[in-house]
Write a new protein. Sequence first.
Length: 389
Amino acid sequence: MKARPTITSIELVQFEHELKDMGREPTIGIPIYEPGSNLKTLVHAIRIHTDAGLTGDYVGGPAPEYAGVATFASSLIGRNALHREEMYNDIKQASRQQARMGLGVVDMALWDIAGKFHEAPVYELLGGSPRKLPCYASTYIGDHDPGGLSSPEAYADFAEECLEMGYPAFKIHGWQDAPISRQIEVVHAVGKRVGGKMDLMLDPFCAIRTFGEALKLGWACDEQKFFWYEDPYKDGGVSAHAHRKLRQLIKTPLLQLEHVRGLEAHVDFIEAEATDFVRGDPIYDGGITGIMKIAHAAEGFGLDIELHVAGPAQRHLMASMRNTNYYEMGLLHPKAGPFSPPIYKDGYRDAIDAIDENGCVDVPEGLGLGAEIDWDFIYGKRVSGTEIK
Ligand SMILES: [Mg+2]
């Protein structure tokens, strides 16, 4: 048996990335189309170094996750990098008062090491097969530029454009600040234009003020036979009671759990009959280890898990589970460029035109997470970082 890799240090890197023609939505600060402005963002990355010369790499996820890593990283030094289940449980306990921040990115970097060590892509270690993954076009939030997503017709035009490109499904992120009547108009405009030709989803990202307005918007989704309705209103997507009530009053399937972290809380929410589809995000839900636990729990309830946002880890995960439908290609916009920085040197991309003619993407075939990261590019734009030994 060859020597197992021992963790020698954990490196955290922050680098700058500019989103062209983007600004910040003034009330909640998320990116919004703003032609002429450039939005400077900080992208975070982790590298777990081992004595075997193998490094586990993961890029992406919000700053608090990386702040979380710094709180427990020293307890991982000297451990066998392949003992993921043990570390998952220890980190989960260590970070229990910080919402288990950091567990997901560490776990994904450990799976990258495992793949490189066993000389296999992650999906193969999970028993998956390299199937085609159907995508939905997931929009940026609505904006106010005449050339952007500023009207119900603009959303319908963009949905039609995505349909023509091959996308089998389209998800609307509406406006942060529009009256409910306007949000309802978008559902009808898109439904009338492309309904029946592609699956449609609506994600108001918790922007709707009241339960009552969320209900009215849900009735519009019912009329247009939407495939799912996600995180409608300002409870933040976390009230099991409210979403069970909403399910009783509308027909459209709900997709909840993007904002409820981890296996046990997911199962409690499912058991409360508060969602139809189960959301999972490898960053928020404990990495690849955490997501496979949730996928299998959902399978046991007879439900599907739908993974949040795009990335190599999501592709490996989708290829390794039966009960899932779509890959979230986003965020997309008729005018704005790709959301993700160009950090891969082997052609791996998540962008509006990264799909094939059937609207699908492939699973990376390289070792570990499989997409080859361009560290020269990242270190060239590095603004800060730390190494825990
Ligand atoms: Mg969402």
